[in-house]
Design a protein around this ligand. Structure first.
Ligand SMILES: CC(C)(COP(=O)(O)OP(=O)(O)OC[C@H]1O[C@@H](n2cnc3c(N)ncnc32)[C@H](O)[C@@H]1OP(=O)(O)O)[C@@H](O)C(=O)NCCC(=O)NCCS
Length: 161
């Protein structure tokens, strides 16, 4: 298993992986255009060169980032790939010197296993909701807001050797 930054030739596969779950209403759909625009913030997991997972890291403000579009291919679910991807995103968050990582999710148990805790949506800054206007569920959002504190020094030491 390898985790690397996404590149242009990954876009179709990323689109299809997200689309599988977006159709089930589990996460927001992404257009090809939005994947192109956000390519620099997307990571893919590969197993024997095949992309089996995706996650995005979106900076919301000075000390807050959001993990977005997290998916693991159905045939690879339950093998620890999602958790490793979240750990990778946490390390990337630490490298950026950002301390708080947010998820807006239906997968509360999964994110609890990854160290996140539930926060009241109302306590999150306004900028979190900037893109919600484009969501088909707006304004009746039923996702749970969860946050993890990303320890800076330990992770940066690990990541940067
Ligand atoms: C959520 C998702 C990314 C999890 O990926 P995964 O690779 O199957 O998860 P992992 O195998 O890494 O699981 C890590 C831990 O979470 C637990 N877990 C995973 N999914 C769970 C679920 N739906 N309910 C309860 N626990 C769950 C696992 O049992 C495991 O627990 P452990 O650490 O005690 O062993 C994947 O199921 C998925 O792509 N779901 C659809 C898209 C989606 O909802 N994405 C989240 C958008 S915010």
């Amino acid at each position: 298993m390898n985790i690397r930054k996404a590149v242009m030739s990954d876009v179709d596969t990323i689109y299809h992986l997200i689309d599988i779950y977006a159709k089930e209403g589990k996460l927001l759909e992404r257009t090809h255009a939005s994947i192109y625009e956000n390519l620099q913030s997307l990571y893919v997991v590969t197993v024997e060169q095949e992309i089996v997972g995706v996650a995005g890291l979106h900076i919301l403000g000075k000390n807050l980032a959001e993990i977005r579009s997290l998916v693991v291919a159905p045939e690879h679910a339950g093998k620890g790939i999602g958790k490793q991807l979240v750990n990778h995103i946490m390390k990337e968050t630490a490298k950026l010197e950002i301390e708080q990582l947010l998820s807006l999710t239906y997968q509360v148990e999964f994110f609890k296993r990854c160290g996140f805790t539930i926060v009241e949506k109302e306590t999150m800054p306004q900028k979190v909701w900037k893109d919600c206007i484009n969501c088909p569920k707006f304004p009746a959002c039923d996702e749970t807001a969860m946050v993890v504190y990303v320890p800076q020094h330990e992770l940066v030491k690990v990541v940067n050797g």
